[in-house]
Design a protein around this ligand. Structure first.
Ligand SMILES: Nc1ncnc2c1ncn2[C@@H]1O[C@H](COP(=O)(O)OP(=O)(O)O)[C@@H](O)[C@H]1O
Ligand SMILES: [Mg+2]
Length: 247
């Protein structure tokens, strides 16, 4: 479904992503792991058009989308969440999800416009799926950290994606919140058939949920394999799992 080939990006001569490779099949859950600064977020930015690559290619469903703008990437069915929570603080949970649906439909959002009724049903469905029912009236700024991160995933669903990219979905969550988030990701994969790529530092979560794992070190793909093979990979153990920097 997605092929990333030798993708590269430098910032002021520093190679943040250096010929990274990634292959994702339809319906797979892929974890990208690697130490802080390995280039995971930049890789996601390159795939989703937030940052333009210096070299390499991104092929999605057989089409070259290298360097496409974020809204074009989104229109093709790739949605994402951000490492740092990115939502409308003054709007309610319900309104935030509505905005994400309207953005897809290229309609401007107005609380009092009839358009808000049109997306009501879809908003309700996403609320239910994300487990945010009962919190729809809460202003985003007042949500717990865990609920904010879940709302961000819910907003990514507003784009009606086939392919979801999640940047540290459980970062900073309490254990029960993290488990809830993992359940949500599994549900999205199983029930909606979404293909999911995420990066995460919590190895228990990574090994518990991923079909395959891509390991990134200093901008480069050092391994890409099933969980068992990654666990046994000596290079990976030295470069990452066995190292002192798990953060
Ligand atoms: N916009 C930017 N300008 C300059 N340097 C950047 C920018 N974005 C990322 N970097 C650098 O690229 C490297 C990789 O960062 P990042 O992709 O955020 O890593 P990760 O998500 O794996 O922690 C880091 O050294 C970071 O400082
Ligand atoms: Mg990051």
């Amino acid at each position: 479904m997605l092929i990333v080939e030798e993708l590269s990006k430098s910032f002021d001569g520093f190679r943040a992503v250096n010929k990274a490779n990634l292959e994702v099949g339809q319906g797979e859950i892929i974890a990208v792991i690697g130490p802080n600064g390995a280039g995971k977020t930049t890789l996601f930015n390159l795939i989703t058009g937030v940052v333009k690559p210096d070299g390499g290619r991104v092929i999605f469903k057989g089409e070259d989308i290298t360097g496409a703008l974020p809204h074009e990437v989104c229109r093709r069915g790739i949605s994402r969440s951000f490492q740092v929570v990115n939502l409308f603080q003054k709007l309610t949970v319900f309104e935030n999800i509505q905005v994400s649906i309207l953005a897809r439909e290229k309609r401007t959002w107005n609380l009092f416009a009839s358009s808000s009724k049109l997306v009501r049903q879809e908003t309700e469905e996403i609320l239910k799926r994300a487990g945010l029912k009962g919190k729809e009236g809460v202003v985003a700024a007042l949500l717990s950290h865990g609920d904010r991160k879940v709302l961000e995933i819910a907003m990514a669903l507003g784009g009606n994606p086939h392919f979801l990219i999640l940047d540290e979905p459980t970062a900073g969550m309490a254990q029960d919140e993290g488990e809830r988030c993992i359940d949500l990701i599994r549900t999205l994969s199983r029930e909606m058939g979404l293909t999911i790529v995420f990066c995460e530092h919590d190895m228990e979560m990574v090994f518990g949920i991923a079909d395959r794992i891509m390991v990134m070190v200093r901008g480069t793909t050092v391994a890409q394999d099933c969980c068992d093979a990654i666990r046994c990979n000596r290079m990976v153990q030295e470069a990452y799992l066995g190292g002192s920097n798990h953060a």
